[in-house]
Design a protein around this ligand. Structure first.
Ligand code: HEC
Length: 199
């Protein structure tokens, strides 16, 4: 439980990875010639004391070859994981005799925008859930199947499949209400090394 809670806090600071860009200096990139993604934004107010005024996608720090490879899904080996997850999505597993698709239909439709709002508060369970926690909740409670190991390949692939359905969408994680205290805790953890540096 404790591990899960901490993981959820850490994941609050995570953003949707930006994949590609035409010019490293641009603020946006166009993926597959169609999906526009923002790679640089003004830093939020709470970063003021760090002196950092622009938040950049890690994409900007990759070398030219990697950036070029990530420009096109056909060249990107990461998409092989997405394909493996499509297979898993459609595979019946567990005692309930269901696949993800049995309940959610096509991931392209049902998972649109989901990554952008996770981690998300689950009212029934009374917990802040990362995407991985939600996937495993569905595996154990809905499918009666074994959970994926939290940081395993199959979990990462499933997260990738769900995440690509939100490419180009702004991160929109709710940090108010029951999540506020955890967000404050995540903020404290995020800035702790910076504060140690200044001390
Ligand atoms: C028997 C039906 C069923 C199956 C099978 C199932 N789910 Fe779910 N899933 C649900 C229900 C019901 C919810 C809403 C749960 C809630 O809000 O507590 C949900 C919610 C989700 C969400 C969160 C959506 C949101 O709006 O926040 C994700 C992501 C998800 N499921 C992924 C999966 C994946 C991946 C699989 C296969 C490994 C799967 N589900 C299998 C019924 C199912």
């Amino acid at each position: 439980m404790k591990f899960k809670a901490l993981t959820a806090v850490a994941a609050l600071m995570v953003t949707i990875p930006a994949i590609t860009l035409a010019d490293p200096d641009d603020d946006t990139l166009v993926l597959n010639g169609e999906t526009e993604m923002v790679t640089k934004v003004a830093a939020p107010a709470h970063m003021a004391e760090t002196g950092v005024d622009t938040v950049m996608s890690g994409w900007h720090f990759r070398n030219d070859d990697t950036q070029a490879m990530q420009t096109d899904d056909f060249d990107n080996p990461g998409m092989l994981a997405v394909e493996a997850a499509i297979e898993a999505w459609n595979t019946v597993e567990g005692e309930a005799g269901k696949s993800c698709a049995s309940c959610h239909g096509a991931a392209e439709d049902s998972m649109k925008g989901i990554r952008a709002v996770y981690p998300k508060w689950n009212e029934t369970a009374g917990e802040l859930r990362t995407l991985a926690m939600q996937v495993n909740d569905c595996r154990t409670n809905q499918m009666k199947a074994e959970p994926y190991k939290y940081t395993s390949g199959p979990m990462a692939a499933m997260e990738a499949l769900i995440s690509v359905q939100s490419r180009g969408m702004p991160v929109n994680v709710a940090i108010d209400g029951p999540v506020q205290a955890m967000w404050e805790k995540g903020k404290e953890m995020y800035y702790a090394p910076f504060q140690r540096l200044r001390a």
